[in-house]
Design a binder for this molecule. Structure first.
Ligand code: SAM
Ligand code: SF4
Length: 329
C-alpha cells in the first residue's frame, strides 16, 4: 500500500464500517419504522462480496473495520466472515456493533473467530421501556448477551452504547452509567440523529450531551480526558473507576474535522458522510469483480467527501431520509 486513502480535505481515512445486512430482529423507534421494507436478498452483498470490499479497503490502507447493520448477527455465517476478514494483512482491528439479543449464543464463536471488540446497544434497564424503545425487544436477552460477551471478550473489549431520549430513557442515564461502572466497561451516550421517517419524533425526544453531563455530574465527578478510541466519542473519567464515559455529540460538538471513516451499506453503497445523501454505488464493480474499478470509485468518492454534516432538528422533515439501519450505524 503506497498511497493511503485521504479525502479532499486531507483527512486520512483508515476506518470502514461495513453493513452486512439491513435486517434486524428489533425495530428501535429512532432507527426504523414499524413496518420496514427490507432489500431482496439478491440485492445484498454476499459474504464473498463483503470479503472483496474488506480486502479492497484494507489494500487501500484501512486498518480498522467495524461490522454493523441492521443487526449483524441476523446474518448467517457471520463468525466465518469475521475469521476470514481477520486474516487480512494490514488489518489492526475488527469490531462489531450489535443489539446484543443474540450474543448469548454467538459470543464465544466471535471471540474464537478473532473479533477484536464489541459495542453493544443498551438504551434502558427497565424491561417495559426497553420493549417500547425497541418495539418488542426483550431486555433479559440483551443482559444475557452482555454477560456472555464479558465472559468471552473481557470488560476491556466490550463497550455499551446508549442513545439518549428525552422523556423516554433520560431519567435512566445514571442507572445505565452505574451498570457500566459495576462491570468495568466503557459506555458512550449518543445524541440522537434525525435519520429516516421512523414514525417517531426525533426532535421532541432530543436530549443533548450537555444536559446528560449536567445530570450525571450531580452524582459523579466527571473529568474530561484527551483519550480517543479512534471514533467520535469525547471521553470523561470518574476518579477511582476503570470505565470511560463517552459522549457522541453530532449536534452540539461536531466531530467532522477528525473524521476518519466511511460506510458501505449492505447494498454496496459507499457513504462518505452519515449526514449526507451522497453515495457511490460500488455494486456493479463488486459484481464484476473489478478491483481496479473499485479503487477508482472509492478514490473519487473520497475526493468528494463533505467537509461536515449539519443536522437540523427544527425542520419539519428529517434532513436525511435514509434509515440508520440502511447506512450502517
Ligand atoms: N443493530 C446494531 C445495534 O443496534 O447496535 C447495529 C446497527 S445500529 C444502526 C448502530 C448504532 O446506531 C446503535 O448503537 C444505535 O443505537 C445507533 N442509532 C441508530 N439510529 C440512530 C439515530 N437516529 N441516532 C443516533 N444513533 C442511532
Ligand atoms: Fe436494529 Fe440496531 Fe436499528 Fe435497533 S438500532 S432497529 S437494533 S439496527
Amino acid at each position: 500500500m503506497n498511497n493511503p486513502l485521504h479525502d479532499g480535505f486531507g483527512r486520512k481515512i483508515n476506518y470502514l464500517r461495513l453493513s452486512v445486512t439491513d435486517r434486524c430482529d428489533l425495530r428501535c423507534t429512532y432507527c426504523m419504522s414499524e413496518k420496514m421494507d427490507f432489500l431482496p436478498r439478491d440485492q445484498i452483498l454476499s459474504l464473498e462480496e463483503c470479503m472483496l470490499i474488506a480486502r479492497t479497503f484494507v489494500g487501500l490502507g484501512v486498518d480498522k473495520i467495524r461490522l454493523t447493520g441492521g443487526e449483524p448477527l441476523v446474518r448467517r455465517g457471520l463468525p466465518g466472515l469475521v475469521a476470514r476478514i481477520r486474516e487480512l494483512d494490514g488489518l489492526r482491528e475488527l469490531a462489531l456493533t450489535s443489539n446484543g439479543s443474540q450474543l448469548a449464543q454467538y459470543s464465544v464463536a466471535l471471540a474464537q473467530a478473532g473479533l477484536s471488540r464489541i459495542n453493544i446497544s443498551l438504551d434502558s434497564l427497565d424491561p417495559a421501556v426497553y420493549r417500547r424503545i425497541t418495539r418488542g425487544g426483550e431486555l433479559d436477552r440483551v443482559l444475557a448477551g452482555i454477560d456472555a460477551a464479558l465472559a468471552a471478550f473481557g470488560s476491556a473489549r466490550v463497550k455499551l452504547n446508549t442513545v439518549m431520549l428525552q422523556g423516554v430513557n433520560h431519567q435512566e442515564l445514571p442507572s445505565l452509567l452505574r451498570f457500566a461502572l459495576e462491570r468495568r466497561v466503557d459506555i458512550s451516550f449518543i445524541e440522537q440523529m434525525p435519520m429516516g421517517e421512523t414514525g417517531f419524533s426525533h426532535a421532541s425526544s432530543f436530549y443533548s450531551s450537555s444536559d446528560a453531563q449536567a445530570q450525571l455530574m450531580q452524582r459523579h465527578q466527571l473529568i474530561p480526558s484527551l483519550e480517543s478510541s479512534g471514533g467520535p466519542a469525547r471521553y470523561w473519567r470518574i476518579p477511582g473507576c476503570e470505565s470511560r464515559v463517552g459522549f457522541i455529540s453530532p449536534h452540539t460538538h461536531n466531530f467532522c474535522s477528525s473524521c476518519n471513516r466511511v460506510r458501505v451499506s449492505a447494498r454496496g453503497e459507499l457513504f462518505t458522510c452519515l449526514g449526507s445523501e451522497g453515495m457511490a454505488d460500488l455494486m456493479p464493480a463488486v459484481r464484476a469483480g473489478d478491483e481496479a474499478g473499485l479503487h477508482d470509485l472509492i478514490r473519487q468518492a473520497l475526493a468528494a467527501k463533505p467537509q461536515e454534516h449539519r443536522f437540523d432538528l427544527s425542520q419539519p422533515k428529517n434532513t436525511i431520509m435514509r434509515f440508520m439501519s440502511r447506512t450502517g450505524g
